[in-house]
Design a protein around this ligand. Structure first.
Ligand code: ATR
Length: 281
């Protein structure tokens, strides 16, 4: 059987997902392809989805600006994607489209792979900076891991409050301004930067200074262009352990591939290759 996968979004021409998923197909010993399906904002999403169905697509990823707008056209939504309110992976099950969200779980897989001990102590205090779609998925996935304290800092307080509504009984969440976050950095064991600040071509920018972290802290950024953001290099100078953003890209794709094919493909050897590709851009 030939698998047909793809990515819908706009703009998506420079996506790394075709490279990642075609590697997964190869490693899993499956045949198929993964194509870029650019849908411009003036096109009908519904018509394009109907067309995909006719083309025999088995599954597709969804990126901006369609992660929310795709939902009404799906037959079923996984509970996690429903809670997050966004879908990034769709699979054909029989004659139905089912939507999932693999971003948050992909993030926690990446973090767990590099720092497994962090997940053994649920007292580790976590700070998420930013309150957009990515922050929402990451917050949800970490709350599912039963960490006791996951705080959110954001420029707009109401957006952070909105995410905190996903809170489980096992987790407490304080909402902080960016200035409060800057002042209380030393109190956290894991700090996750989820805004797009610091992304090329604005790599000199950083959402807040990150010099006052404790050396045992893990500092992570979901921006992966550049690989080492200003936020991460400041944290590294302060002695913290850092995690690059491309790992989330890799693991959310790994989880999507599992949903589509039921095959688990290890990504360890792809990590370096992806880093080189990103550095060469
Ligand atoms: P995504 O869905 O990809 O996570 P998003 O919804 O655009 O992206 O979220 C962007 C995040 O970056 C938000 O937390 C946003 O803060 P606000 O909620 O206050 O808008 C944050 N952000 C973007 N530009 C910012 C800036 N210049 N200063 C501070 N925060 C910023």
């Amino acid at each position: 059987m030939d698998f047909h996968f793809g990515l819908i979004g706009y703009p998506v021409k420079h996506s790394l997902s075709p490279w990642i998923h075609e590697k997964f197909l190869q490693k899993a010993g499956l045949s198929g392809n993964y194509s870029i399906i650019e849908i411009t904002p003036d096109e009908s999403l519904k018509a394009r989805l109907t067309h995909l169905e006719g083309q025999g697509v088995d599954g597709f990823n969804v990126t901006v600006p369609y992660k929310q707008t795709v939902i009404p056209y799906l037959d079923e939504i996984d509970p996690e994607a429903k809670a997050i309110g966004a879908v990034n992976t769709v699979v054909k099950q029989g004659d139905k489209w089912k939507g999932y969200n693999t971003d948050g779980k992909g993030y926690t897989r990446a973090l767990k792979n590099k720092f497994p001990n962090t997940f053994l102590n649920k007292e580790n205090r976590i700070l998420i900076i930013g309150a957009g779609g990515a922050a929402r998925g990451i917050y949800y996935a970490l709350a599912q891991e039963r960490f006791h304290q996951i705080d959110i800092a954001n420029r707009t307080i109401s957006s952070a409050e909105n995410i905190a509504e996903l809170c489980l009984e096992s987790t407490k969440t304080a909402i902080l301004s960016l200035d409060d976050a800057r002042k209380s950095m030393h109190g956290y064991d894991v700090i996750i930067q989820t805004t797009s600040i610091g992304m090329k071509p604005n790599q000199e920018q950083s959402v807040i200074p990150v010099k006052a972290v404790k050396p045992s802290c893990i500092v992570s950024d979901i921006v992966y262009q550049p690989l080492e953001t200003r936020f991460l290099s400041e944290a590294k100078k302060a002695g913290a352990s850092i995690q690059y953003g491309h790992t989330m890209l890799l693991y959310q794709a790994q989880y999507a591939f599992e949903i589509w094919t039921n095959k688990h493909v290890p990504v360890d050897t792809m990590d370096n290759e992806l880093q080189h590709r990103l550095e060469g851009r």
